[in-house]
Design a protein around this ligand. Structure first.
Ligand SMILES: Nc1ncnc2c1ncn2[C@@H]1O[C@H](COP(=O)(O)OP(=O)(O)OP(=O)(O)O)[C@@H](O)[C@H]1O
Ligand SMILES: [Mg+2]
Length: 305
């Protein structure tokens, strides 16, 4: 085999892949179709990489031989990214420390992160319950080992290609209910195990480290039964009044840098009026200009939404 022959065989394989050989080239393709000199094709045939399907005075028809196909496939397999050895995640003390409460969810997610084999978790529930914060914290912990996706925005490259290229341990999907059909189909097979079949080329890829998926969604009704079945679904419910007070105080102090007194005042002013932490954040941001009471009134909190 000469230098450059393998590239020729790959070109030929591409040509064969893009045509229906049975219908269009029953007697094989000729040098004109693949734009390779007859003498070169004749040599590749003699070396066993091509089969000669048809021969007449005016037409010599070839197709790739078994040997040729095997060679091309092994070359393409080499080009696939190597399976990466899984890196053990070390859970740090402060993982989830910015999230107030939700103790059971923290415990569940920690166990799932450490588990040898995947247990996929879906956090489901109404807005502003720290679902996205959970995904962020896991991303911060896992770094390169995690891929973060927002369902509504996945797929420029397609979920499949992103996962094959980066081979993450964790897939973090926010707004799972908004993911498109193609990516959802890819996700279904990825969640089932390490053996992935790429439909397009009919080839398989073994991901040595099975993916762990953590996702968030407001609505469950939008998800297909088979997708729901692949997740441990952890439903988060709207905060009780006392939890709301605690969360609001914590968020306003640690994230919005309010002093204890003002944080307390806002939390109590909203008690019974709202269950949405984002309301408290908005009030906090306007309170220095408007005062707490007026901010609540102008923002229309407690009225019909
Ligand atoms: N338990 C909590 N601890 C800390 N911050 C919280 C908590 N609950 C809500 N928040 C705050 O509420 C805001 C919304 O949180 P997040 O974006 O995680 O909500 P979500 O559940 O993903 O909501 P959505 O369904 O609307 O996307 C953030 O500013 C976050 O800091
Ligand atoms: Mg969110």
């Amino acid at each position: 085999m000469k230098d450059g022959d393998i590239e020729l065989l790959i070109e030929i394989a591409k040509f064969e892949d893009s045509h229906d050989m049975e219908k269009e080239f029953k007697i094989g393709w000729s040098w004109r179709h693949v734009r390779i000199w007859p003498a070169t094709l004749s040599r590749l045939f003699k070396e066993g990489y091509l089969d000669n399907v048809f021969r007449s005075n005016s037409y010599t028809g070839y197709k790739l031989s078994e040997l040729g196909i095997t060679l091309v496939e092994s070359k393409q397999a080499e080009a696939e990214p190597e399976a990466k050895a899984p890196m053990q995640i070390v859970i740090s003390e402060d993982l989830f420390s910015d999230i107030i409460g939700h103790d059971e969810v923290k415990e569940l997610l920690t166990a799932c992160l450490l588990a040898e084999k995947p247990v996929h978790v879906l956090l489901a529930g109404p807005p502003a319950l720290a679902k996205t914060l959970f995904l962020w914290d896991i991303e911060r912990l896992a770094g390169e080992q995690a891929i973060w996706l927002v369902g509504s925005a996945v797929s420029k490259a397609g979920l499949w290609d992103v996962v094959v290229e980066r081979q993450p341990q964790f897939l973090l999907i926010d707004e799972l209910d908004k993911m498109n059909a193609a990516d959802t189909a890819a996700l279904l097979s990825m969640m089932e195990g390490g053996r992935l079949v790429r439909a397009k080329k009919g080839r398989e890829l073994n991901l040595s480290n099975p993916l762990k998926v953590v996702a968030a969604s407001n609505r469950l009704q939008m998800l297909s039964p088979e997708l729901r079945s692949r997740f441990a679904i952890r439903k988060l419910t709207t905060y009780s009044r006392s939890d709301y007070l605690t969360v609001v105080r914590g968020v306003l102090i640690s994230r919005e840098n309010l002093d204890h007194e003002l944080a307390n005042e806002i939390a109590h002013a909203l008690d019974g009026l709202s269950q949405d932490v984002r309301d408290a954040v908005r009030v906090a941001r306007l309170a220095s200009q408007l005062g707490v009471g007026k901010a609540i009134k102008l923002l229309g909190i407690g009225g019909d939404r």
